[in-house]
Write a protein that binds this ligand. Structure first.
Ligand SMILES: *[C@@H]1O[C@H](CO)[C@@H](O)[C@H](O)[C@H]1NC(C)=O
Ligand SMILES: *[C@@H]1O[C@H](CO)[C@@H](O)[C@H](O)[C@H]1NC(C)=O
Ligand SMILES: *[C@@H]1O[C@H](CO)[C@@H](O)[C@H](O)[C@H]1NC(C)=O
Ligand SMILES: *[C@@H]1O[C@H](CO)[C@@H](O)[C@H](O)[C@H]1NC(C)=O
Ligand SMILES: *[C@@H]1O[C@H](CO)[C@@H](O)[C@H](O)[C@H]1NC(C)=O
Ligand SMILES: *[C@@H]1O[C@H](CO)[C@@H](O)[C@H](O)[C@H]1NC(C)=O
Length: 421
């Protein structure tokens, strides 16, 4: 096993000392060690609440983002630096980083600049938030989707850009659009192994709506599933074929107790969501360890186990530097032994390999543990009336699971008081 002869040296520390002769020696050693030993993602030391430095010594700026794996390389896209502006924090665009070990990150560049948006009938600056990349295998191209908006959130669209063959770009702006004619705020994506892809987004901050993306991934084909009100929707699918979704309540930049939803369905197009017990437990659970969900990345370990990694943002609203000094909270999502779904561990730092065994456990969902629906008949009818028949199924998808939400959308996006529970 080559790892036994591999020096697990934190090489990034060394790079800062490069001067003169020492630089040459270190560079040669670096090259030698890198050849002998390529660090594995299993061994990545993930520091919770850290903003790792990239290979040029700058903090990684990839907020509200997600990871896409291309062969052995992980690409992390997210919002660029959250610049204080207009009484809020607005990123110039979308950054992309690459890594082969989930620990050392190379800055690939700003792959999308919000100035590329040409079709919002209001003046810049535009918001470009919660970006996600999908690989469209049928067309051999990468599709970048993101929430686009005016600074004051009054346009509520999804933006699309495509790269002809390389995940690093260049990305050409396609358009912004209201998916299925509906307002769209926080968003995520989910891609099935057969290539079908779905958009999941907050509609008017009233509920979460899921639509299948068209074959080109540049359009949606109708709302097919709804879930209770939430932000930062992040769907993952364990090998048992069920769907789970992490989401937050709506409390602006302030953290709150994350929600976990479950749907036993053959397809997201027929998913009926119910709410499970809160995934975060322990002292920091009230604020989900000071984070908000962005996406869940499923890391396939060498053993074959699939480890679901919660990727959250620590927006740092009250901390030094506020949101401009945001960092990241990555934690393992593990099957709960009490059959209540998944638990989000509270850790200061961790390595994926330490959770390999637990990640492989089946989720024995105790159906009695699910919470009952909290939607009134009026709300249910209102949400149900927005649903269109699923293109791939004749079954109704008008039911909805639990809700911890208030009945009507707030006047301004992202703001809701915490619903105690
Ligand atoms: C984005 O584009 C604008 C207009 O071309 C340019 O002024 C700005 O420097 C770009 N931002 C970044 C971060 O490259
Ligand atoms: C993708 O672009 C990067 C530079 O950003 C380049 O190093 C790489 O070779 C390209 N990959 C392909 C398959 O063209
Ligand atoms: C969203 O809000 C807008 C503006 O208030 C309203 O016109 C629209 O009907 C709402 N859509 C849904 C699906 O609630
Ligand atoms: C949970 O968070 C809310 C809002 O920050 C706070 O008011 C409340 O006291 C917290 N509860 C506990 C048990 O920490
Ligand atoms: C960012 O946050 C860290 C951790 O709280 C703090 O040490 C640092 O001083 C902050 N940076 C700025 C520019 O406020
Ligand atoms: C669920 O509740 C029913 C009725 O109370 C009970 O008979 C059943 O044993 C429970 N199932 C589990 C898995 O706890």
């Amino acid at each position: 096993m080559h790892r036994s002869v591999c020096l697990m040296i934190p090489l990034w520390r060394w790079q800062g000392t490069r001067t003169g002769h020492a630089a040459l020696v270190l560079a040669m050693l670096y090259a030698t060690v890198s050849l002998v030993c390529s660090a594995r993602p299993e061994d990545a030391l993930i520091r919770v609440g850290d903003a790792p430095l990239d290979d040029s010594g700058q903090p990684v700026q990839a907020h509200g983002g997600g990871i896409v794996q291309v062969d052995d390389t992980f690409y992390w896209c997210g919002e660029s630096y959250k610049q204080p502006m207009l009484g809020d924090f607005i990123s110039a665009g979308i950054n992309l980083y690459s890594s082969t070990d989930l620990q050392s990150w190379h800055f690939e560049g700003l792959i999308f600049n919000s100035s590329q948006i040409t079709d919002i009938p209001a003046h810049a600056p535009y918001r470009v938030e919660r970006p996600k990349i999908l690989y469209n295998a049928a067309q051999g191209r990468y599709v970048l989707l993101f929430h686009a908006d005016t600074a004051s959130f009054d346009y509520n669209v999804v933006g699309v850009a495509v790269s002809a063959s390389n995940i690093t770009g260049p990305y050409t702006f396609v358009r912004t659009f209201h998916p299925d004619g509906l307002n769209s705020l926080d968003m995520g994506v989910f891609q099935e192994s057969d290539g079908r892809a779905f958009l999941v987004r907050s509609i008017n901050n009233s509920f979460v709506g899921i639509s299948q993306l068209s074959d080109s991934y540049t359009d949606t084909t109708g709302l097919v599933s709804v879930a209770p009100r939430g932000e930062g929707p992040a769907i993952f699918k364990p090998s048992d074929g069920n769907y789970y979704m992490m989401a937050s309540h709506l409390t602006f930049w302030r953290p709150n107790p994350a929600m976990l939803f479950h749907a036993a369905a053959d397809s997201l197009a027929t998913a009926k969501w119910s709410q499970l017990a809160r995934p975060a437990m322990g002292p920091g659970a009230n604020t989900t360890y000071n984070s908000q969900s962005s996406s869940v990345f499923t890391l396939r370990l060498a053993s074959g186990a699939a480890l679901h990694i919660y990727m959250g943002d620590r927006w740092n609203f009250y901390g030094p530097g506020s949101v401009a000094n945001s960092s990241y909270v990555w934690l393992p999502l593990l099957p709960r032994e009490d059959g209540l779904g998944y638990t989000l561990l509270e850790l200061d730092e961790w390595r994926p390999r330490d959770y390999e065994a637990q990640a492989s456990l089946p989720v024995a969902l105790n159906s009695n543990a699910t919470l009952s629906s909290g939607l009134s008949a009026v709300e249910r009818a209102w949400v149900g009336s927005l649903l269109q028949p699923s293109p791939s199924s004749s079954s109704s998808s008008s039911s909805i699971g639990a809700s911890s939400s208030a009945p009507s959308p707030p006047a301004s996006p992202n703001i809701e008081t915490i619903i105690a529970n």
